[in-house]
Design a binder for this molecule. Sequence first.
Ligand code: ADP
Length: 539
Amino acid sequence: MLQPGLMMDRPLLISGIIEHAAAQFGDVEVVSRETHGPLFRYTYAQCAARSHKLANALKGLGLEAGSAVGSIAWNNHRHLEAYFAVSGSGMVMHTCNPRLQAQQLIYIINHAEDAMMLFDSTFAPLIKGIAPYCPKVKSWVCLSDAANMPVIDGVSTLCYEDLIAPHSEQFDWPEFDERSGAALCYTSGTTGNPKGALYSHRAIVINAMSGCLPGILSLSPSDTILPVVPMFHINAWCIPYAAPIGGARLVLPGPRLDGASLYELMEGERVTVSAGVPTIWLALMQHVEEHGLRFSTMKRTGVGGSAMPAALIAKFVDNYGVEVRHGWGMTETTAVATMSCLSPKNRELSATEQHAVIARQGKSVFGTEIKIVDEYGATLPRDGVAQGELMVRGQWIVRSYYKVEASPLVDGWFPTGDIATIDAHGVMQIRDRAKDVIKTGGEWISSIDLENAAVGHPAVAMAAVIGVKHPKWDERPLLFIVRKPGKTVEREEILAFLTERVAKWWVPDDVIFLDALPVGGTGKVQKNDLRKQYGGVFS
Ligand code: ADP
């Protein structure tokens, strides 16, 4: 017979994170770039005290456990306080991506039944447009002080600072089941309506603890972390929870996410670790290269959300001494599910081979398991060659979508819609999203591999590849290029460059030069837009 364990049964709750930080790292700084005014500084202890004030205010407004509180906000200290106050009170923190189309925003706010919306003044025009269509939102609270409150015609707004001011710094967090809903994020819904992933306290806390591991982001009191990934994009990959768990100093970048502003913040605040999508790092690298700058404190950066090209990894590592940690995850996986990291054996490889290792999406983090399957659901070998749909399961993987009855799971695994390989060491590589794979003459071409090869050309800033219908081959690749400022490169040169790097039948049939690629709400190239405009038929 099983023996019952004799350890205490203390729940894993988000309130526990900020209380731990206040008690153990009470003097560690949180720095926040404000929407208005200079950098704001305080400590985890002060963050905890103000979270208590907000929790009291929420209670005072009649919100209850289970209520949803939305946010449309940048990464800043008030948003951070809401992360703890809302979830800590047993309510659901619903972070909304302001870059969604207004119709989608309205849909998710109504679907989540947000009773309150916290927003940054930047988004006042957006709020004006959506408020009339969100009848369940009783209070629109601007994350601002009284001096910087916007006036929004037709919407009665509350000022965050005024709201919390009269309330006590003492609050007794409720204790409840760690499997209760804590935070809600919706998928971006490129096909159909967005779907909600309701993260439990348990999932977030375990994931955030993993984020502190040395093989993941390695967050400790010796580090200063700057999450560039927005707090509305999968909870900034759980970094706002992980940093206070690990005791790392936290720097929040506010609304300024361009290369120059990020560089200034990294240097000024002596940031040692950061995290964001590849498009952010591309812009940062361009700024640093153009101005001949160096990083004086940055040690490593986490990257994910789309594939990080080996050419960009090489620049960070070889030219600037910044280690790249490349991870994979999706809205449905709370945050990171796999992560690349060099082993001592990898470090014996040539620099180029090491970058290729990092360009893969890595090993599953403890707490998640991965496998690949063929079209009939049969598990494929871990040989680094067989490719199939990536399936994932684990302690922080979605079981079902919010208010959707049908389960997305297949035999207890979540089908990701990504096509991947897994090698004998467990290293996973995303080959493509199933919908982006180019099917040509019965074979598959990975658009990611082609894009990564193209951005290896010194004149190429960004590249995207889509499949275009072809009467003979079914589909053929079409390449889009954005040139680096001041650089010239033409079709023939690009195609010749690729011919040396990929199989001959992979070489795109044509190249289109654009000033910019369409980029979506989470910094990813919108291939659907490209397909709509250019996906006709090759003759
Ligand atoms: P969306 O992109 O639809 O807004 P998510 O943010 O949940 O939604 O994106 C998850 C998807 O992003 C994954 O299924 C995968 O296709 C892609 N992705 C995430 N990380 C990586 C990575 N490191 N390399 C390649 N693709 C990635």
